[in-house]
Design a protein around this ligand. Structure first.
Ligand code: CMP
Length: 819
């Protein structure tokens, strides 16, 4: 805070209008909230723009009265007498001198506000020219108005004399008169035109001194952002001399952040104050981040003529890598810096900003850069509440992990249901906690698989055949197929669906190879897993096939898309160990080591699929594809398998919803239903969403199937918890303990957090209302089971043997779209 006082220590910062109001009754007095200088934001817009406003906040001249007038004339006459009388009338303190020496001495002792010298005659005693020059050479005289009293003839006609008088240091000339009123008029004009501006300039010096002494960096630019004033702190801190800065543009000179500059300048040009952080480059090329306030000043007209930038040195942080060390010696200004700065966050902010700056210099524009820049522009035209909301949005957008969920804290806050919290956290978060413990993973045995290839399906029993006739219905009984096929449902269902979708033709592959492939893939599922076994793979493949039958998908998927989707569904969990990726990471499993704890299982499923497929010609379903087609198929399969990773659930869902569940906006701003669905990138989004939905479709199946899947996944979780406990590993889902866990609660949470929104979106896209209908019906039943206390696996078993014995088929007619 800067306070200026007059010589008596009185607070002297006051509106000139208050002073003016005493003299000029017709002057509009503008009210203000404080006596400090105003910024445009402090006043209503129209008030700020009104011309008198520019006077606000000026430091008023010393309030001494009367004004001191020195009249110097060699020979008193009626003219000088009229002048003195006029001055008396105005209440001036008048002194009259008749010689050069007397006048100089008098002036030096009193430093008058106004000196009027009789320039009509030159005499030995008084050379007006010399007297004026001498006075002007006196320190402090620059704040005194000097006026030459000239003959009427000179005033009217002799411009040469007038100019030489002004050259000698007079501020103006007045014509001789004996009319007191004329002199009164002249003196009032001189007071407004000369004395007050000079006095004002004199006291403004105090403000400059305040600016020079203050520790913040204060810069004033013109309307082209060329520096007009820099204070000492600026010189000291930036390392430039003021003459190296004056006249230079702030952009070129030291502001290293084009995006921020754009945001600042567009605010300032609209006469709005701006606040934010700026990256400032010092002369040494070190870069610092400072909190900056930009204030537009309108000195004339209606648009800003100057800008004041105040950089807060207390908020300055050195950002160059060499200056991260906190115990670096500090200079005078640096010693003001906070030492408790979070260096990591600052450095990441720095790198984000510098890379943004670099990016904006490239001839490329990422959509995100465009979005941020549009939001910044929108900020300029809106109110502070929206500005701060947009600030938050920009902060989020600036985070590179746009779609990754930050659910853990959120969930812990919102979801006080521990089973749900455990489940969703485990599904969505990568949380390896490295501990050295032996691997329990069973390794796959390729050679066994290949040896057994010949055990294909030559003759399909009638029961299986009948069941497979329903393979494209949503109510398909996968557990019955599991039973009938002696836990080998994939080979049967897979072959049935491959043939239905003409996959042999698409891959130019004989049926035997496809059968072999299915056999090997199925054998690489762990039959002992409660949930992640080949029945789950068959179930996901069956759901995928059901989706592919829908017109919306038929319209956009080509045969290779269909084949790839079915292949991906078959193999998406191959060799699943029945434990989560987090578990593998926690026990230093070789797969976790191989994939660096990142997307461990899905990477393994995808890699193993191709390792198996390409490893033996007899099962290589891609062997007849040309290289390009193979590459497309391979890319499709890998992309879909990786999309089943649950830590990316919200990323995939959000992308899908963004593209397909919102009306697209055309460039002209008009809304349109047009979605460029056939763009390859968009088809990829659909395929990812499709396999994701298929993968977790069990809560949308008929109740009997849904409950069995829920029991199976719970059993698998319990087994993992048991093993974690027995081996002293971190327990990934502590609530999934077979004694205490509530299975209905886990299902309610799973639907609430994962399934509901995804299936609403998916149904809206492919038009399969039965998905949502079953999901809702099942949800209600889980709530009932929960209320009735059917919690444990054995409770659920009992339910399955009683009320859930009814057939799974629900008449199509009962399925209504629920909008
Ligand atoms: N009914 C369910 N209840 C709880 N979790 C489930 C259910 N169905 C699927 N999941 C989880 O969702 C995950 C989807 O990917 P995975 O098949 O790897 O593993 C699956 C399970 O961990």
């Amino acid at each position: 805070m800067i306070i200026c006082t007059d010589e008596n220590g009185k607070d002297n910062m006051e509106s000139l209008d208050e002073q003016d109001g005493k003299e000029e009754s017709n002057h509009s007095v503008l009210h203000r909230k404080s006596s400090l200088p105003l910024t445009p934001e402090d006043e209503p817009f129209d008030v700020y723009r009104s011309p008198p406003e520019i006077k606000y906040g000026l430091l008023i001249p010393p309030n001494h009265s009367p004004l001191k007038l020195l009249v110097v004339c060699a020979h008193p006459d009626p003219v000088s007498e009229a002048l003195s009388k006029a001055a008396d009338k105005l209440g001036y303190d008048v002194t009259t001198c008749h010689s050069y020496e007397e006048a100089l001495e008098e002036f030096l002792s009193k430093l008058h506000d106004l000196i009027v010298i009789d320039a009509r005659y030159t005499s030995k005693a008084l050379d007006y020219d010399t007297l004026c020059r001498s006075i002007r050479n006196t320190r402090g005289s620059q704040h005194t108005a000097a006026v030459a009293l000239v003959k009427r003839s000179v005033f009217d006609k002799d411009d040469v004399t007038i100019m030489s008088l002004l050259d000698a240091g007079f501020n103006r000339c007045i014509a001789e008169t004996t009319n007191i009123v004329h002199f009164v008029n002249e003196l009032i004009q001189i007071r407004h035109g000369d004395i007050r501006p000079l006095a004002q300039t004199a006291v403004n010096q105090s403000l400059y001194i305040a600016l020079e002494k203050c520790s913040d960096i204060v810069l004033i630019t013109d309307d082209s952002y060329r520096l007009q004033y820099v204070n000492r702190s600026s010189e000291r801190f930036l390392g430039y001399r003021y003459d190296e800065l004056l006249g230079k543009s702030i952009h070129e000179q030291f502001i290293a952040d084009p995006l921020q500059v754009t945001s600042m300048t567009s605010s300032l040009m609209r006469a709005r104050e701006w606040q934010g952080s700026l990256l400032v480059r010092k002369k040494s090329q070190d870069t610092v981040s400072c909190n900056c306030k930009g204030i537009p000043i309108i000195c004339a007209g209606r648009v800003p003529t100057h800008f004041v930038l105040i950089l807060d040195v207390h908020g300055i942080t050195e950002l160059t890598p060499t200056s991260y060390s906190l115990d670096k010696p500090r200079g005078s200004v640096q010693s003001n810096r906070r030492t408790s700065m979070d260096v990591r966050s600052v450095s990441s902010d720095y790198f984000r900003r510098t890379s943004l700056a670099k990016l904006s210099a490239l001839p490329l524009e990422a959509p995100i850069t465009k979005v941020i820049s549009l939001l910044s522009q929108a900020q300029e035209q809106t109110n502070p509440n929206v500005v701060s909301i947009i600030d938050k949005v920009i902060e989020i957008l600036n985070n590179t992990e746009l779609y990754s969920p930050h659910l853990k804290d959120d969930l812990r806050l919102k979801c006080d249901e521990p089973v749900t919290s455990d489940l969703i956290t485990a599904l969505l978060m990568q949380q390896p906690q490295i501990q050295l413990a032996p691997s329990s993973r069973r390794s796959s045995n390729d050679s066994t698989a290949v040896r057994n290839v010949s055990r294909g399906i030559s003759k399909v029993p009638a029961q299986i055949k009948d069941l497979l006739d329903t393979s494209l219905t949503w109510e398909f009984d996968i557990f019955r197929l599991e039973e009938l096929t002696n836990k080998k449902p994939l080979i049967h269902l897979g072959m049935n669906l491959f043939l239905h979708f003409d996959v042999p033709a698409t891959l130019n592959c004989d049926e035997k190879t496809l059968q072999n492939w299915l056999t090997v893939i199925e054998m690489n599922y762990h039959v002992d897993n409660f949930y992640h076994n080949s029945t789950h793979a068959a179930d996901v493949m069956q759901a995928t096939a059901g989706f592919l039958e829908k017109d919306r998908l038929k319209a956009i998927m080509d045969p290779l898309d269909e084949a790839s989707s079915l292949i991906a569904a078959c193999s998406h969990d191959v060799d699943h160990p029945g434990k989560s990726s987090a578990f593998l990471s926690n026990c230093d499993n070789p797969l976790a080591i191989l994939y660096n704890d990142v997307t461990v299982l899905e990477n393994h499923h995808a890699a193993l699929t191709f390792k198996l497929t390409l490893g033996d010609d007899r099962i290589n379903i891609f062997k007849h594809l040309d290289r390009e087609t193979y590459k497309v198929a391979r890319h499709n399969v890998i992309d879909m398998i990786l999309a089943t990773e649950m830590t990316k659930h919200f990323e995939h869902l959000a992308k899908f919803v963004n593209v397909f569940c919102q009306k697209t906006s055309r460039v002209d701003g008009e809304s349109s239903d047009y979605i460029p669905i056939t763009l390859p990138d968009n088809i990829t989004l659909v395929k990812r969403m499709m396999i994701k939905c298929a993968d977790v479709s069990n809560p949308t199946r008929p109740l009997r199937l849904c409950v069995e899947w829920a029991r199976r996944i719970a059993e698998e979780y319990f087994a993992q918890t048991d093993e974690e406990k027995s081996k002293g590993l971190p327990v990934v889902m502590p609530m999934f303990d077979r004694i205490t866990c509530s299975i209905p609660k886990s299902q309610i949470g799973f639907v609430d957090y994962i399934v509901h929104d995804m299936f609403e979106a998916w149904d809206a896209f492919i038009d399969m209302p039965e998905l949502v209908t079953y999901m809702r019906q099942n949800y209600i039943r889980w709530k009932e089971f929960d209320e009735e206390g059917h919690n444990t696996s054995s409770d659920i078993r009992k339910l399955q043997n009683t009320i859930l014995m009814a057939p799974a088929i629900i008449p199509k007619s009962s399925i209504k779209r629920n909008d």
